[in-house]
Design a protein around this ligand. Structure first.
Ligand code: NAD
Length: 360
């Protein structure tokens, strides 16, 4: 299969980790007979240096014209990098918002998986960690409280702030469909999280998701209240396969879910648009403190590339092969410094990439 991938190395450790992910994608091409063409674009601090803005219209158009986007990370250090003397809308991170909006990315996917070999990093009780977990949070990304009307005004002499939580049935339907499709590629189980005992938007959410569920007879749908979900994530994370939820609940729950894995350098993410298009990036940032030292953990970016194969290209076997290679490398005892533990072999960023390629 021939595909075009836009690659955004970005700032800090971005170029190092993206190089390793490309190496892995090239190995997949060799093994499975695909052809991936890469086009690099600038975003973040490097784009400010070269073009004066964190994302140019041309760069966005290039990304739009491709089949998928792979991103490293953007950003530097406030108080050190001159980018932060600029107004907020011209700083590196503004590129992220611009590309998400420009590409119409409305579904955010954050998997949280506990590797056997990294169980000691899990902050939960040993008996819970021992059971393991493998879930994905599907968060609506462009609606709800963060995008509703808001104002702060004085009403009868009292300062009052108002935020509006609004969802329409079309917004709920499209994210619910994504969640059911993803569940179909996993363990066929969706838990839809809301606050339907209080909020109208949640009652519409659960009504619409139940409607959508009828088109996916193989997938089981259960509803869970958000406060219960926050508790269940630390009490019994093994029960979750796909968590489907709105923007703000998803913001909080996806951070909680990643926290219980204990290792930030391992967590991929995806943001999807209508159809198959998506942007794939690690959950961590640009880590300027370790940039250029060849010590960054490239696994979150490599796992993001695996998500790209699975969700944008429908290459499930190829994605499985990359994920299995990551598990095998950990099993074989190789670790970058952020996940290093006694008795393991310490490797750098590029060596870790090579080790994954050898195992695909
Ligand atoms: P960060 O995730 O970059 O770093 C937090 C800590 O984790 C640091 O000690 C770092 O060295 C370590 N770390 C992160 N990724 C690692 C990896 N792959 N391997 C080994 N160690 C790793 O978060 P931060 O320090 O809050 O942010 C740094 C910069 O990144 C800021 O400019 C921030 O705005 C930006 N940022 C960008 C994104 C993005 O591009 N999507 C996301 C978050 C933060």
């Amino acid at each position: 299969m021939k595909k075009n991938i836009t690659v955004i190395p970005g700032d800090g450790i971005g170029p190092e980790i993206v190089t390793e992910a490309k190496k892995v994608l090239d190995t997949v091409c060799e093994k499975y007979g695909h052809e991936f063409a890469y086009t690099e674009i600038l975003m973040g601090g490097c784009s400010i240096d070269a073009c004066g803005v964190p994302l140019t219209e041309e760069a966005l158009a290039t990304a739009k014209a491709s089949d998928a986007v792979l991103l490293g990370a953007v950003g530097g250090v406030v108080g050190k990098d001159k980018w932060y003397e600029l107004p907020p809308n011209l700083r590196p991170e503004a590129g992220l918002l611009a590309i998400r909006k420009g590409l119409g990315l409305f579904a955010n996917l954050r998997p949280a998986y506990l590797y056997d070999e990294l169980k000691s990093a899990c902050p939960l009780k040993e008996s819970i960690a021992e059971e393991g977990f493998d879930m994905i949070v599907v968060r609506e990304l462009t609606g709800g409280l963060y995008f509703g009307e808001r104002k702060t005004e004085e009403i009868d002499g009292v300062m009052t702030a108002i935020d509006t939580l609004k969802y329409d049935e079309n917004e709920i339907t499209r994210i619910a469909k994504k969640a059911f499709e993803i569940a179909g590629k996993r363990r066929n189980n969706v838990i839809s999280v809301d606050k339907a005992n209080v909020l109208d938007s949640s009652r519409l959410w659960s009504k619409v998701t139940a409607e959508v569920a009828k088109d996916y007879p193989d997938v089981t749908l259960t509803n869970m209240l958000v406060d219960n979900c926050a508790m269940q994530l630390v009490k019994n994370p093994k029960q979750f396969d796909v968590i489907l939820t709105e923007n703000m609940f998803g913001d909080i729950l996806s951070d909680e879910a990643s926290m219980i894995t204990g290792s930030i350098g391992m967590l991929p993410s995806a943001s999807l648009a209508e159809g198959k298009f998506g942007l794939y990036e690690p959950s961590h940032g640009a880590a300027p403190d370790i940039a250029g030292k060849n010590i960054a953990n490239p696994l979150a970016t490599i796992l993001s590339a695996a998500m790209l194969l699975r969700y944008s290209f429908d290459m499930d076997a190829e994605a499985d092969a990359v994920e299995a290679a990551v598990r095998q490398v950990l099993k074989d005892g190789y670790r970058t410094v952020d996940i290093m533990s006694e008795g393991c072999k310490l490797v750098g960023c590029s060596e870790m990439g090579d080790l994954i390629c050898e195992r695909i």
